[in-house]
Ligand binder design. Structure first.
Ligand code: ATP
Ligand code: MG
Length: 416
C-alpha cells in the first residue's frame, strides 16, 4: 500500500520550512510593536458561523467549505478563514469590555475545497490580524502600514497595495442600483456565475476573473462616485494618512472581495510574480459583523496573508537556508560512544547544535556523514583519546585539524 497526502494538501519540509519560520518570526516581531496579541482559535467551528458571516452567495460557502456532521450530529466546518472565528471569540468572551481597540493576530491552517493549482491549495496557511473597536480611518491606516512594514521587513519591496471603499448600508444599495441599471442589457453575455450574482450579489460581478466578463464590465459605474459623505470622508482621510505614513498604494474601483461582511475599506496586496493567483494578502473593514454575532455594535478591520504565496515570493529573494550542525562527535567503541554523548550534551548546553554518531559505524563512514550533513567541525574520540584525555578535531570546511584536551572542549568551541 502506497500512501500520499490528500489532493490539495501538502507537506512543508526543511529546508523550505526555514522560509516559513522567517515569515512567522518577522510577523510576530512587527505585529507586537503595533500592539497586536496572538490568539489561538479552533480549527472547526459551527457551520452557521461561516454561513452567517461570509455570506450564503459566496464561492466559499456555496462550493468550498469542508462541512460534516460530527458524532453528536452537529454540522461543523473546517475553518475556511479566520475572521468569523475571531469575531465569535470576541463576542463569546465579552472582549468589548476591555479598552479599545483590541488587536489580535493568529496563524494557522485554513481549508477550502478548491481546484488545486499553483498558489491554490485545499489546506493553506494564513497569518491573520483583526482589530476591534475603532471606527476611525487611523486604524485602517495603521493596519495597512503594519502590513507594509511586515512585508518590507522580510525583504519584499515591489508589491502593489490596492485600495477601495465599498461603502456602507447607506450608500451601497444606491450603488447596487446603479450597477443593476448598467448590467441589465448586458448580463446575458456574462458567465453563468455572474448571471446568478446579478440577482444575489451584484458587486461580485466586478470581481469575476472570466475574461469575457472583465471585458464586458468595462465602463461600469465606479463605487467611488456613489459613496455617501460619511464613507467619502473616511476614505479621503485614509488615503491622506497612508501618504503621511509613506505607504504606497493605488486605487482599484473593482476591488470588492469575495466575502459579504466587508464595509468601507477593502485592500489587497498583489505581486506580478505569482501568475494567476497573485493576491498575497487581503483585508478590509467589517463594521457590522460583531453586532450580527450578538455583540455590541463594534467596528472592526482585519487582513489575512496567504503563507504559501508569500513563501513562494520570498524564496526568490532569500533562498531557503539549509541548517547545519556546528559539531559532529565521531566515536569508536562503547566507552567512547558514551563519553561522546556526554560531550554532545555539554556542548549543547553552551548553545551549539551538536550531533553525536549514535555508535556502530566506521570512522570513515562517520566522517562522510559529518560532511553530508554539513557539520563545520568533527570531534573524534576513540580508546586512545579517552586514555590520553585529548580528542582530535577537524575543521571540515577548512581542512585543518589538531588536538584538544577533553576538559578544554567547551572553551575551544566557544571561540571556534
Ligand atoms: P483568491 O482571489 O485568490 O481566491 P480569496 O479572495 O479567496 O483569494 P481571501 O479569502 O481574501 O482569498 O484570503 C486571503 C489570502 O489567503 C489570499 O490573498 C491568498 O493569499 C490566500 N488564499 C486564499 N485561498 C487560498 C488557497 N486556496 N490556497 C492558498 N492560498 C489561499
Ligand atoms: Mg478564493
Amino acid at each position: 500500500m502506497k500512501y500520499s497526502a490528500p489532493k490539495g494538501f501538502q507537506d512543508i519540509l526543511p529546508p523550505e520550512i526555514s522560509v516559513w519560520q522567517r515569515i512567522e518570526a518577522a510577523a510576530r516581531s512587527v505585529f507586537v510593536k503595533y500592539g497586536f496579541h496572538e490568539i489561538r482559535l479552533p480549527i472547526i467551528e459551527a457551520t452557521d458561523i461561516f454561513v452567517r458571516s461570509i455570506g450564503e452567495i459566496t464561492d466559499i460557502v456555496e462550493k468550498e467549505m469542508y462541512t460534516f456532521r460530527d458524532k453528536g450530529d452537529r454540522s461543523v466546518t473546517l475553518r475556511p478563514e479566520g475572521t468569523a472565528g475571531a469575531v465569535r471569540c470576541f463576542v463569546e468572551h465579552g472582549l468589548h469590555n476591555l479598552p479599545s481597540p483590541q488587536k489580535f493576530y493568529y496563524a494557522g491552517p485554513m481549508f477550502r475545497y478548491e481546484r488545486p493549482q499553483k498558489g491554490r491549495f485545499r489546506q493553506f496557511y494564513q497569518i491573520g490580524v483583526e482589530a476591534f473597536g475603532a471606527a476611525q480611518p487611523a486604524l485602517d491606516a495603521e493596519i495597512i502600514a503594519m502590513l507594509n512594514d511586515f512585508l518590507k521587513s522580510i525583504g519584499l519591496l515591489n508589491l502593489n497595495f490596492e485600495l477601495n471603499s465599498i461603502g456602507c448600508d447607506v450608500c451601497r444599495p444606491v450603488y447596487k442600483e446603479a450597477l443593476q441599471l448598467f448590467f441589465r442589457d448586458k448580463i446575458s453575455g456574462f458567465c453563468p456565475d455572474c448571471n446568478r450574482r446579478y440577482n444575489t450579489n451584484i458587486l461580485r460581478i466586478l470581481d469575476c476573473k472570466v475574461e469575457r466578463c472583465v471585458e464586458l464590465r468595462g465602463g461600469a459605474p465606479a463605487v467611488s462616485g456613489h459613496l455617501c459623505e460619511h464613507c467619502r470622508i473616511h476614505f479621503d482621510e485614509l488615503t491622506g494618512l497612508l501618504e503621511t505614513l509613506d505607504v504606497p498604494f493605488s486605487l482599484n474601483a473593482n476591488l470588492v472581495r469575495g466575502l459579504d461582511y466587508y464595509t468601507k475599506t477593502t485592500f489587497e496586496v498583489t505581486s506580478e510574480h505569482l501568475g494567476a493567483q497573485k493576491a498575497v494578502a487581503a483585508g478590509g473593514r467589517y463594521d457590522k459583523l460583531v453586532k450580527e454575532f450578538g455583540g455590541p455594535d463594534t467596528p472592526a478591520i482585519g487582513f489575512a496573508i496567504g503563507m504559501e504565496r508569500l513563501a513562494t515570493l520570498l524564496q526568490t529573494v532569500v533562498p531557503p537556508e539549509k541548517a547545519a550542525p556546528k559539531v559532529f562527535v565521531a566515536t569508536l567503541g562503547k566507552q567512547a560512544d558514551t563519553e561522546g554523548l556526554r560531550i554532545t550534551k555539554s556542548l549543547r548546553n553552551n548553545g551549539l547544535w551538536v550531533e553525536p554518531s549514535y555508535g556502530g559505524a566506521s570512522l570513515k563512514s562517520q566522517l562522510r556523514k559529518a560532511d553530508r550533513i554539513g557539520a563545520e567541525y568533527a570531534v573524534i574520540l576513540g580508546e586512545n583519546e579517552l586514555s590520553s584525555g585529548k580528542a582530535q578535531w577537524k575543521n571540515l570546511k577548512e581542512g585543518t585539524q589538531g588536538e584538544v584536551a577533553l576538559t578544554e572542549l567547551q572553551a575551544f568551541f566557544a571561540k571556534a
